[in-house]
Design a protein around this ligand. Sequence first.
Ligand SMILES: [Zn+2]
Length: 176
Amino acid sequence: MSEHDLWMKEAMNMAEEALAASEVPVGCVFVRDGKIIAKARNRTNELRNATRHAELEAIDQILSDKELTPEISQYPLATTTLYVTVEPCIMCASALRQMGIREVFYGCGNERFGGCGSVLGVNKELVHPKHAPYDATGGFLREEAIMILRRFYITENTNAPAPKSKANRVLKTDIP
Ligand SMILES: [Zn+2]
């Protein structure tokens, strides 16, 4: 297993925690100097707050920790790498750029909301006068990332206003 896959495995553990808590199963870890400095998962249902994606949860941890962020600086994530199970959405991709993230590795693409190329290239295709672009590379534990999302979406979403019965749905396992 490559070093990238090992970090992604840790992110996947957080996605499993999200799944167990009936959240959309996305997890992440932030790595600095060869160590995990923060890990988080989606908490949007728990907090009833659509901005509580795994990445922003972890960023809040890092910025509020005086050891990890001893002083206010423009780019507090300049030496930090993100591993996240799903391509960051447009909101998170932009936040990461504004924080100066060094690099991003992700599992599967996000065809509906992806901000690192799938919908918009917020990470580097879009020109910004101030914030430097960053590389975002997918494909790490991709099949696991897809399967855990399918496991979530095949179960009843009790948070939906009018839950639809998914009792007859079959878990697809083919991945193109
Ligand atoms: Zn997001």
